[in-house]
Every structure is written in structure tokens, then in C-alpha cells.
Design a protein around this ligand. Structure first.
Ligand SMILES: *Cc1c(COP(=O)(O)O)cnc(C)c1O
Length: 434
């Protein structure tokens, strides 16, 4: 595949933007590849600067559940843009998106809009600390909650991809209140909560981990966290920036029937524009300024164009059968990948739920960050390269999820499984599978 224009632009970018990218994983460093510069996106496909087209499973890292450039979303954006792109004053679209979110997400009665998932989690934890009057937070190894200081401890996503434990520039004193524990290990949480009795403001968790690849919560894990939080007066924060509106209209909390005290959203709720949100009960959210005194603000928060994109997206998700149909596609792709690997005698573990999933070169089970890290990374790198050569665009990291959108057709998914089949054969014949 000719990617000479992308190579040229990447060199140009690298001279003036750190690493040539505005978010680290995009640089494709861990898969030893040149990032593709995208010039347009439509439905399930991306087109790069050299005119190659790809079936896209990155979905802008989650938001594009409807596929790219959905006509109703684009029409809403254009209509909003024609009326001005930002007011810095209230607008009707804020109410519309807030109502849609509150209608769908069980744990949200009141919601505040921000501009990214990072802002949502950072603000939710500030609020939890203010409400409880406590400092400590518990998070889980391999979960990613954006790039705020307090979360850069044993984090997933780019932090994991680049293999860095935390980040320089984060003072020890900023993370001394963050305790990171193994995902799915309720015993370790129980004992930490006992030891730290009365000091933990919040437990923050991705109810379905999606930033170390996909790792599902085991039976009783989320309920156990809920019970521990209730017992210790700690707030349970679900970071549903990926899972919100992805695994169900009401997110993972609806799917598993566990209601958190605070919910963080992002990605899908912006329909491809920069939006995040955090919400909870009226009592808790009333502590946020100006109703309460927990300060949090944003020049572009509730931006009319972004609100319009989000509202148009959520309206489409509410159509009957949207989720069952998308789930069927997820099942087709993710079971197809597993079967194709098994046919070649390759032991993989495919974790998936609804339309998000990931394949680990690991015999399994993959239940936490430790098992994720045992997977065969060089096999993944070569798999990634073969797939991209065949026009299948996967996240350039073994620590990221793949997303199926409503725009993927069964034929697209079959084509993807066929490409994977060929990739598996090549891995075997190159001796990669040892
Ligand atoms: C993407 C993500 C974030 C951060 O969102 P940004 O919009 O990138 O700041 C936080 N939490 C989870 C679970 C995410 O997947």
C-alpha cells in the first residue's frame, strides 16, 4: 500500500507537533508503523491522504457508533453552525442533550457538560472529595480515566502502550492519595477499604474496562464495589466514557444493574465533537458551582454545535432495535475472529460485549492488567501490520478496544474476518506463533 503522502506529512508534523500527533497512541510507535493521515471518513470507512480506503474499527476511539458522517448528525451540526459556533451563554441545545442523557442513564438525575472525558473524571473526583471531605481515591490497574494528574498511576490506554508507569511532571504528592488495585479483585478492594476506613472519597472504575483491551467485570465485582462504597460512605464513580451509550442506552450500569453515585461520560455523547459530562443524583450534583461551591467551569462547555451533534446522535440511538442489531454485528465479528484464529491453531482470547471487544494473543483467561500484559505483543504488531495492508484499520495498540458501528455491514465484517484469517496464516508461516 502506498502511504508516501502520510509519511511526508508525518515528517512535517513531527517537526512542529510533539511526536507528530496531538494524542500519543495515534503515532503508531508501539506497532512500528507510520500513522495514516486521514482526509475523509464516511460510514464504516476512512480514506487516507494517498487515497487508500480502510474499514475502520477505531471509530475515533469510540464516539462514532453510528459510523462516520451520519447524514442526520452532519445536518444538525451544519444547522447549528449557521447560527453561530459559540455563545458563552446558555442555549436550548444544552437542555436537549441533558434531558436525553438523564432519560437514558439510570444514575443521572442532573448533569454538567464539559469538553472531554478527562475533564469529566477530574471534576467527578473533585466533587466526590468535596462531598465526602476525604482525599483518597481507589482506581484499578489498566483502567484509564484521562490524563489528569491523580489518574496517572498504573493507567491503561497510551500510558500502557508506551509502557510508562506514570508520568514525569506529576508530583508524588499529587498521586499519594491514589491507590491502584487489580481489576476484578474484590478481595484486595475489601481489605484496602477496611485499612483506609473513613479516608476513601471515591472508587473510580471503568465498569467494563476498555483501555487495556476489553476486560469484562466478573460476576459480583461491580455489585461488590457498590456494597463496599455504601458501607464505607465512599462514592462509586463509573467512568462510562467508553461504555456510556456503547453497550446499552443506559451504559454498563443498566446492563449490570449497578447504579453508581457519579457517572462520567464522553466520546459517544458528543457525536464526534468534543464533549464530556458528569452526573449523578440531584443532591450530589447540587454541590457543583454555582448551585454549590465545588468549582468547575468551561469557556466552551455546552457548546451549541457540539450539543447539536450529541443530541442528534443520541436520538438515533434511541430507535427500536438499534442495540440488538449492533450487538449481532459485534457477535459476528468477535466470534468470527476467534474461530478464524483457532482454525490456524492460534490460541487467542477474544473478550467482547455488545459492539466493543478485543483479541489478545493469550490463551486466556484475560481478566486483569497482569494477564493483559502477558499477551504476545510481537504477534499483535505483525497482525496489526497485515490487517492494515489489507485495508482493515485497527487501533495501533494491543491495549485498545475495537468498535463496530451501525454502518458496518455483515459483508464488511466477513471481509474483516477473511483478512484476519490470512493474517493468522502468515503469522504461523513466519514462525511468529513459536
Ligand atoms: C477516552 C477516555 C477518557 C478520556 O477522555 P478524553 O476525551 O480523551 O479526555 C476517560 N475515561 C475513559 C474510560 C476513556 O476511554
Amino acid at each position: 500500500m502506498n502511504i508516501s503522502t502520510s509519511r511526508k506529512w508525518f515528517d512535517q508534523a513531527a517537526a512542529i507537533i510533539p511526536g507528530g500527533v496531538n494524542s500519543p497512541v495515534r503515532a503508531c510507535k508501539s506497532v512500528d508503523s507510520t500513522p495514516l493521515f486521514i482526509t475523509s471518513a464516511q460510514g464504516a470507512t476512512l480514506k487516507d491522504a494517498d487515497g487508500n480506503t480502510y474499514l475502520d474499527y477505531v471509530a475515533s476511539w469510540g464516539p462514532m457508533i453510528l459510523g462516520h458522517a451520519h447524514p442526520e448528525v452532519i445536518a444538525a451540526v451544519k444547522k447549528a453552525a449557521d447560527m453561530g459556533t459559540s455563545y458563552g451563554a446558555p442555549c436550548r441545545a444544552e437542555i436537549e442533550l441533558a434531558e436525553l442523557i438523564i432519560d437514558c442513564v439510570p444514575g443521572i438525575e442532573m448533569v454538567r457538560m464539559v469538553n472531554s472525558g478527562t475533564e469529566a473524571t477530574m471534576s467527578a473526583v473533585r466533587l466526590a472529595r468535596a462531598i465526602t471531605g476525604r482525599d483518597k481515591i481507589i482506581k484499578f490497574d489498566g483502567c484509564y480515566h484521562g490524563h489528569a494528574d491523580a489518574f496517572l498511576v498504573a493507567a491503561g490506554s497510551g500510558v500502557a502502550t508506551l509502557g510508562i508507569p506514570g508520568s514525569p511532571g506529576v508530583p508524588d504528592s499529587f498521586v499519594q492519595h491514589t491507590l491502584s488495585l487489580p481489576f476484578n479483585n474484590l478481595e484486595s478492594v475489601t481489605s484496602a477499604m477496611d485499612t483506609l476506613h473513613g479516608q476513601v472519597a471515591a472508587i473510580i472504575v471503568e465498569p467494563i474496562a476498555g483501555n487495556m483491551g476489553v476486560v469484562l467485570p466478573q460476576d459480583g465485582f461491580l455489585t461488590g464495589l457498590r456494597n463496599l462504597c455504601t458501607k464505607h460512605g465512599t462514592l462509586l464513580v463509573f467512568d462510562e466514557v467508553i461504555t456510556g451509550f456503547r453497550v446499552a442506552l443506559g451504559g454498563a450500569q443498566q446492563l449490570y444493574g449497578v447504579t453508581p453515585d457519579l457517572t462520567c461520560l464522553g466520546k459517544i455523547i458528543g457525536g464526534g465533537l468534543p464533549v464530556g459530562a458528569y452526573g449523578g443524583s440531584k443532591t450530589i450534583m447540587s454541590a457543583v458551582a454555582p448551585e454549590g461551591n465545588v468549582y468547575q467551569a468551561g469557556t466552551l462547555s455546552g457548546n451549541p454545535v457540539a450539543m447539536a451533534a450529541g443530541a442528534a446522535t443520541l436520538q438515533l440511538l434511541k430507535k427500536t432495535n438499534f442495540y440488538p442489531e449492533l450487538e449481532q454485528k459485534g457477535r459476528q465479528l468477535f466470534t468470527g475472529l476467534r474461530v478464524a484464529a483457532e482454525k490456524e491453531g492460534i490460541k487467542v482470547t477474544v473478550n467482547f460485549i455488545a459492539s466493543m471487544g478485543s483479541m489478545f494473543f493469550h490463551p486466556g483467561p484475560v481478566t486483569d492488567f497482569a494477564s493483559v500484559k502477558e499477551s504476545n505483543s510481537s504477534a499483535f504488531i505483525n497482525f496489526y501490520k497485515y490487517m492494515r495492508e489489507s485495508g482493515i484499520y485497527l487501533a495501533p495498540s494491543a491495549f485498545e478496544a475495537a468498535f463496530v458501528s451501525a454502518a458496518h455491514t455483515p459483508a464488511d465484517l466477513d471481509k474483516t474476518i477473511e483478512a484476519a484469517s490470512t493474517a493468522f496464516k502468515r503469522l504461523v508461516s513466519s514462525g511468529e506463533m513459536g
